[in-house]
Design a protein around this ligand. Sequence first.
Ligand SMILES: [Zn+2]
Length: 248
Amino acid sequence: MGVSETEAIVLRTYKLAEADKITVFLSQHSGVMRGVARGARRLKSKFGAALEPFTLVSLSYYEKEGQELVAIRDAEILRSYFELSKNTEAVVALEYIGGLILEFTPPHEPNEKVFRMLRACLDAIASAPEALRQITRYCEVWLLKLSGFLPDLRSCLNCKKVFSEQNEKAYLGIDGALRCGNCAHKADLPVSGAAVAQLLATQRLAPVEWSRASSAVSEMVSKELSQVTQRLITRALERLPRGRATVE
Ligand SMILES: [Zn+2]
């Protein structure tokens, strides 16, 4: 408790009273937090543009025992992704990604991997906005993995048979597990070997590299990847994720 400093990525802001802002941010070491920035909506606010969504900032805040909202004292821009705010598709995708992070990351639960992943994805979108769709997919796969909702991509849940062949299909069940052709259930979603390989590749490739590799796969495999993440996210949240239809 007391004053803390952290790197953070602003996810959302809301108006509060006449001149204040509530800011929802993903901090590097303490997970998702909410803070009040007094006077942030005044013309000559000391916060300037630092609290705009998807800005990487160095934050100083005051935290009081038992209070959910922290008081933001200072915010300095480390990297602004302002150029993306003119790209409507990027704004929609970032809102979607921000929403997913809020769904998958409980408040105040430290998760530095999510922070690093989001930061890498923001850098990737800024440097390769044309790969927006693939980078969004990459974020989905990583959020599923980091929250324990990505199934074992290497072998069948039932018989442990390894999915090694490129052209061998795996089957995604409504329980979110992958099975081989022998163990699959009737309503399972078939997933090609190429799609499984692409999902596995998220674990060794950075977002820009993965999106490059993904732009080389067929439209059918892209569609499969979309169906797989949609099924897994829907299962995790017990409903369709908000804004996904717009992103697709
Ligand atoms: Zn099996």
